[in-house]
Design a protein around this ligand. Structure first.
Ligand SMILES: [Zn+2]
Length: 98
């Protein structure tokens, strides 16, 4: 079996283990909004604040959806982040909203 096939099966296993994006609250409306937001803000905001130019990998909710679901589709509650900053922010949120 080629090496990539093994990786793909692991990827599939992970995907199947994780609940579908729709059941996690990320519907079509969110997908469209997040896509538009990343077109408008393609760089990581936290990196920019630190003087670093890095492409964003995803759109983050500044106030997490679990804290205030009403801000889920609120443009002003969004920020583009790279994966590193998103991991950092998620860890900070866990403390902040504990
Ligand atoms: Zn970043």
């Amino acid at each position: 079996m080629p090496k990539s096939a093994i990786k793909y099966s692991q990827y599939r296993a992970k995907r199947e283990f994780r609940p579908q994006s729709r059941t996690r609250g990320y519907d079509r409306q969110w997908e469209l909004l997040a896509r538009s937001f990343r077109v408008e803000f393609p760089l990581c905001r936290m990196c920019l604040d630190a003087g670093v130019t890095r492409a964003a990998a995803l759109v983050d909710h500044i106030v997490p959806v679990v804290i205030d679901p009403s801000l889920r589709l609120e443009w002003s509650n969004l920020q583009s982040l790279c994966r590193l900053c998103h991991a950092k922010k998620t860890a900070e949120d866990a403390t902040k909203y504990a």
